[in-house]
Design a protein around this ligand. Structure first.
Ligand code: B16
Ligand code: MG
Length: 217
């Protein structure tokens, strides 16, 4: 295949925001009177804010009406924002920025495809907004991953056909979304969880555009 664009998930691929999501959700669980563990938090990765709250309530065995849910989701987000507004470029995952820069140098387009409605703030804090030719975040989609909508919109904004696109994802639902979009997919993390991807790497350290091209031959 000819690679004309790379699309990136944010949390778990470019930066680890999961730790801040965890602190903010755990605080909500404590207020409701139950414990929320890091193991439980794994279920929230790549999932929308409202769906995350529903999973949290499921863990605590709590039922709430829509107004109650809206109030808690807003409270969690206000807490979470306090953490991400303090983020610095040091929090970029190793070699992620270097890989984005290499893509630009080689004329390969880039897009963000993140479920997070806070993605623009995070990119700004990390000082990498200008490294993306298109930004598709949770405000621009109606269907969550594994639906391919987010990546198809990214390809459309870049004006590149899905068969010339490669997605980088850390969540199983994201890999399914990429494959359903007709794109190739590189998993970031463990092959045990991301086995459906075309290739799984632990991160961008030691990775390069040449290695990407070679692996998709
Ligand atoms: P927000 P990604 C996802 O980011 C997170 O993995 C997930 O835990 C979070 O609930 C979701 O963003 C929504 O985030 O509350 O900021 O809109 O992996 O899709 O980049
Ligand atoms: Mg992710």
């Amino acid at each position: 295949m000819e690679i004309k664009a790379c699309l990136f998930d944010l949390d778990g691929v470019i930066v680890d925001t999961a730790k801040y999501h965890f602190i903010a959700w755990r605080e909500i669980a404590h207020e409701l009177g139950f414990e929320f563990t890091e193991h439980d938090n794994e279920r929230l990765k790549g999932v929308s804010r409202m769906r995350s709250l529903e999973i949290l309530l499921e863990v605590g065995g709590i039922t709430l009406d829509e107004t109650g849910k809206e109030r808690l989701a807003e409270k969690k987000n206000n807490d979470y924002l306090q953490y991400i507004l303090k983020m610095t470029p040091d929090e970029l995952l190793p070699s992620a920025k270097e890989f984005l820069l290499e893509l630009h140098k080689k004329g390969i387009k880039t897009a963000l495809g993140s479920a997070s409605k806070n993605a623009p703030v995070i990119l700004d804090r990390l000082q990498i907004t200008n490294l993306f030719d298109a930004i598709i975040d949770g405000n621009k989609v109606t269907k969550a991953k594994p639906d391919p909508e987010i990546f198809l919109k990214g390809a459309e904004e870049l004006n590149i056909s899905p068969d010339n696109c490669v997605v980088f994802e850390d969540a199983e639902a994201g890999i399914e979304a990429a494959l359903a979009a007709g794109m190739k997919c590189i998993g970031i993390g463990s092959p045990l969880i991301l086995g459906k991807a075309n290739l799984v790497i632990p991160g961008f350290e030691g990775f390069s555009v040449d290695k990407l091209v070679e692996s998709l031959k």
